[in-house]
Design a protein around this ligand. Structure first.
Ligand code: ADP
Ligand code: MG
Length: 371
């Protein structure tokens, strides 16, 4: 049977990483009761490992003998899969390692990747449909975004966000016991005291979106992005692992949008979570990120937008600017009137920068940007 599986492009042996902590801590039971029976019935072999701590999945992906497996499967939320991507890209053999197929079976709070993949395949969102897609060997290419903040480099496959959604994602961590409901609950809480973030975003628009925002003078060093030029090495001087794309600064035509903003969202895939279509036109591997920016608008309009996020129609609102970018740089600004300073910048659940309310770096000093 296993020879036939291979000829169909199906996996023969999988490495399965289970996060027992994600979501409502049901990863282990989801694996035992809903994944294992289907995997065993299909004749696919597997090795399973539970994660014991944060970044464990990244360590596993960093050292795993990839020749033994046809894919790495995460039974988790989005965060664990992002760890796996980062672990693979830190390897010396990253160029081949990153080609190993990755799969995800939703068992977290944020299951945006699983929802996006099933949606793209025209399948209803369910654990068993995710398992079936993996057993059948469904694959598609996925872009990786390099996120740079000071000396930190992080690789993202889902999203980068600043403002409302970042606050919800990170600050609601204390309500983890609620499961997916924590996001909606905290969103309503935040809505009662809506924050507006001042600052600006600089971006390189995708073809067809060259008219969005205002042009930025190329000659000033206002657009010194710190993006690696050709042949650059990592900050510690070693060329080990992926160091991000090589770009000729001079070739980029930057534009800008000024705040205040309610929410800045950059999506690589359409769904932000199981039921929020934050970037309806996002494609997995078109080479661009979709930007959905909620500008300053009355609180009740924002409430309306949040309800329209289920099907993605919120992007048609005059309060929202929706376009595609090749690169973007976020510059949180100073407090002006009723706007809030700083704010969290969150990429795939990881805090990239924190504003005036946290002990970490001052976001205003070192703007985060991504490419
Ligand atoms: P969720 O969508 O609920 O956030 P994820 O699967 O994305 O679920 O995982 C959330 C976090 O759990 C990740 O940052 C991961 O590093 C961490 N994690 C993994 N295993 C453990 C563990 N055994 N104890 C605590 N945290 C863990
Ligand atoms: Mg894309």
């Amino acid at each position: 049977i296993r020879d036939r599986l291979a000829s169909l492009g199906r996996p023969k042996k999988l490495f399965i990483i289970v996060n027992p902590y994600g979501g409502k801590r049901s990863g282990r039971s989801i694996f035992q009761n809903e994944v294992l029976p289907l995997i065993e019935a299909s004749g696919v072999l597997y090795t399973m490992q539970e994660t014991k701590h944060r970044l464990h999945a990244q360590e596993i992906a960093h050292s795993l003998d990839l020749r033994k497996y046809d894919g790495i499967i995460c039974v988790s939320g989005d965060g664990l899969m992002v760890e796996v991507v980062n672990g693979l890209l830190q390897r010396e053999d990253w160029e081949t390692a990153i080609k190993v197929p990755l799969g995800i079976i939703p068992a977290g709070t944020g299951n945006g990747m699983a929802r996006s993949l099933l949606h793209a395949a025209g399948e209803p969102f369910s654990i068993s449909n995710a398992v079936f897609a993996i057993i059948r060997g469904h694959k598609r290419a996925l872009d990786v975004t390099s996120v740079v903040q000071g000396k930190t480099r992080f690789f993202s496959v889902l999203m980068l966000t600043w403002g409302l959604v970042a606050d919800v994602d990170i600050e609601s961590e204390k309500y983890r016991w609620m499961g997916s409901a924590r996001l909606e609950f905290y969103l309503l809480l935040r809505m009662l005291n809506l924050r507006r973030y001042n600052g600006r975003i600089l971006f390189v628009p995708a073809p067809g979106y060259e008219e969005v925002g205002d042009p930025v003078e190329q000659t000033t060093n206002g657009v010194s992005t710190g993006i690696q030029e050709d042949g650059a090495t990592d900050s510690n001087g070693e060329t080990c692992g992926y160091v991000g794309p090589s770009i000729k600064e001079a070739d980029l035509r930057w534009r800008s949008l000024n705040g205040p903003f309610v929410s800045v969202w950059l999506g690589n895939v359409p769904f932000a979570s199981e039921d929020a279509m934050a970037a309806p036109k996002a494609e997995f591997a078109d080479g661009y990120l979709d930007a959905a920016i909620i500008k300053d608008c009355p609180r009740w309009d924002v409430v309306g937008l949040v309800f329209q996020m289920k099907d993605g129609t919120y992007v048609n609102s005059p309060c929202v600017e929706y376009f595609k970018v090749k690169a973007i740089r976020i510059e949180p600004g100073l407090r002006v009137g009723s706007t809030t300073k700083g704010g969290i910048i969150d990429s795939d659940g990881e805090v990239i920068a924190r504003g005036d309310d946290g002990p970490h770096s001052r976001a205003g000093d070192e703007p985060g940007h991504l490419m």
